[in-house]
Design a binder for this molecule. Sequence first.
Ligand SMILES: N[C@@H](CCC(=O)N[C@@H](CS)C(=O)NCC(=O)O)C(=O)O
Length: 198
Amino acid sequence: MIRIHGTAKSRAFRCLWAAGESGLPFEHLDHPASRSPEFLRLNPSGKIPAMEDGELILFESLAINLHIARKAGAPLWPAGDDASRALQWTLWAATEAEPHVLSWGSNSYARPPEERDAAAAAKAVANLMPRLDVLEGALAGRAHLLGDAFTIADCNLAGVLYATWKHGFDLSAHPRTKAWLTRCLSRPAAEAARALRE
Ligand SMILES: N[C@@H](CCC(=O)N[C@@H](CS)C(=O)NCC(=O)O)C(=O)O
């Protein structure tokens, strides 16, 4: 049984979404990050999410999602070269998109107003724009990142971009991206995970 640790108001959201998409049985342990010895056994960084699956313990939300998808198989885990493309988009989400999404979010809505840095928010927008251009190009003529079918590539990247879609980032220059985010985040498994945090 897959056990996902962490409140849905954290990156555990994306793991709860992937678990829902997988159709595999899973359990959600809704708690904050912790430095307790029990929790540090799961993630020595003391951060959430963490996952247990039998003897396997994993941290890093996107790695957890890749494990869940690989275990579920097709269509969530795509076949052949598309599996490598799913890894590519997952690493792209973590390295090219997430740092700027986090900076934009913390400086535009998440922190108390007096702690926000408008210049940092503007810089994050400037950094995100060329990345969104890349995504917009990748979505030309296709409903999802790898073609017609929703895969873990969509779950991982849309999970990372969720805050932009939810909190009013201007996506008007990227209509395919906006429509794709709406398509992904309106799936029943996404809505179930969103209901735990919104
Ligand atoms: N790269 C990690 C980041 C984990 C992370 O920073 N989690 C946050 C919540 S979203 C956390 O536990 N923060 C509490 C802390 O840093 O003590 C992942 O994707 O799982």
